[in-house]
Design a protein around this ligand. Structure first.
Ligand SMILES: NC(=O)c1ccc[n+]([C@@H]2O[C@H](COP(=O)([O-])OP(=O)(O)OC[C@H]3O[C@@H](n4cnc5c(N)ncnc54)[C@H](O)[C@@H]3O)[C@@H](O)[C@H]2O)c1
Length: 362
């Protein structure tokens, strides 16, 4: 599956959490080129020299800067493009929408213009999109009838009415995210820009007959995720608190549902998708999760037990733009690319806690 001989792979955002793990699996590729601006929110303000795989070259630059593309594409023609670079702050994006749009939307457009200008169209483009595009997603009434949940407004959240309602005010239980069945309805700017990336790349790839794989990732976790970035990676943030002996504070009533997929499984999903490109005329969108889900309170409890820290506590605080429930139906990814998540949460948890303890001792 990982035979990438002869491939020239371009990874944007390749120095980040997922990109660093991915690079290590690309040893059989002819060449790997990474473009990353080492964003201070992810890498700290004094980034260390970036460690690249042996066959990889690093360009420090902003994907929204046309000049970086002149440098990257002089003498290098990618056969595969993996587009990871993004601003990823969910709540933050609601008040810093220009920054999120600049990188995620404008940056994607600058990148494809540069590829076209350099006559460097790849044979396959892969975008890591997000489950965030679904917003509150679909819910089911007791009768089995499904409905699109309305975004939760500030008044509802202020009054601790956590569960989203249907258009007629009906209640229900959450259904899995599925590209085949659920329409995207973003509830924050980050999500809207991820959907815009999907649309921009779909239009461009179909026009130029370039196969496109879109992977809508659930919450990715594991060692290597920035520990000090409070704007992203809720589990990592919890782990850091637990490793410091603090009580983990869980928002709302603790009942937010998430699907935490280990970064190893996400890297496998990317490799599976790369090895089976879709037809150029039909961009493919797949949901990537762990195959399981649970409440944040339950996950926080497991972390606290593993760390020996006090049990988590719920607060009535909430974060604007957050959704109540998100988990993936991974069946389509299994059928189409052979994706099979293999890291059970207890194993992933050990990996995460070791990483968090390293961070806590610094
Ligand atoms: N981690 C998750 O839970 C998750 C979930 C769903 C989707 N995703 C998507 O996966 C991708 C990678 O996520 P990650 O967790 O590795 O994030 P990350 O923040 O660790 O990595 C992103 C990388 O992009 C770089 N970057 C940011 N802005 C840039 C710019 N303007 N120009 C060049 N480089 C830039 C950063 O320096 C960083 O190294 C993102 O597109 C994200 O939207 C991640």
């Amino acid at each position: 599956m990982n035979d990438l001989r002869g491939e020239n792979i371009l990874i944007t955002g390749g120095a980040g959490f997922i990109g660093t793990k991915l690079q290590k699996e690309l040893a059989s590729a002819q060449q790997v080129v990474v473009v990353d601006n080492l964003h201070p929110q992810v890498h700290g303000f004094l980034p260390l020299p970036v460690v690249m795989a042996e066959n990889a070259t690093f360009h420090r630059g902003d994907i929204a800067d046309p000049d970086i593309w002149g440098e990257v594409l002089s003498g290098f023609t990618p056969t595969m493009l993996i587009h990871l670079a993004a601003e990823t702050g969910t709540g933050q994006s609601l008040t810093e929408s220009a920054r999120h749009s600049h990188t995620n939307v404008h940056g994607t457009a600058v990148m494809i213009d540069a590829l076209h200008r350099a006559s460097a169209l790849p044979n396959h483009v892969l975008l890591t999109s997000s489950r965030a595009v679904y917003g509150e997603g679909d819910w089911a009434e007791p009768s089995g009838q499904t409905f699109s949940a309305r975004p939760r407004d500030a008044l509802a959240l202020e009054n601790a009415r956590w569960a989203p309602l249907g258009p007629a005010g009906q209640r229900g239980k959450p259904m899995p995210n599925s590209a085949a069945r659920v329409s995207p309805r973003p509830t924050n700017i980050y999500a809207a820009t991820k959907l815009a990336q999907e649309n921009i790349l779909s239009s461009w790839c179909q026009s130029f007959q370039v196969p496109l794989s879109i992977l809508r990732l659930q919450n990715v976790y594991g060692a290597g995720q920035a520990l000090d970035n409070a704007y992203t990676g809720v589990l990592t943030y919890f782990a850091r608190q637990a490793a410091s002996g603090e009580t983990v504070e869980v928002y709302e009533d603790g009942g937010i549902i998430r699907d935490f997929v280990h970064v190893t499984d996400v890297v496998q999903a990317i490799l599976c998708a790369l090895s089976a490109p879709p037809p150029a005329t039909q961009p493919r969108t797949l949901d990537i999760g762990s195959g399981t889900h649970g409440t944040l309170f339950a996950y926080a409890t497991q972390l606290a037990m593993a760390a020996g820290s006090p049990p988590p506590a719920t607060s009535r605080r909430y974060r604007a733009g957050d959704v109540r429930s998100a988990f993936a139906d991974v069946e389509c990814a299994r059928r189409e690319i052979g994706y099979k998540p293999v890291v059970p949460f207890r194993e992933g948890l050990a990996d995460l806690m070791e990483w968090a303890h390293q961070g806590a001792s610094k």
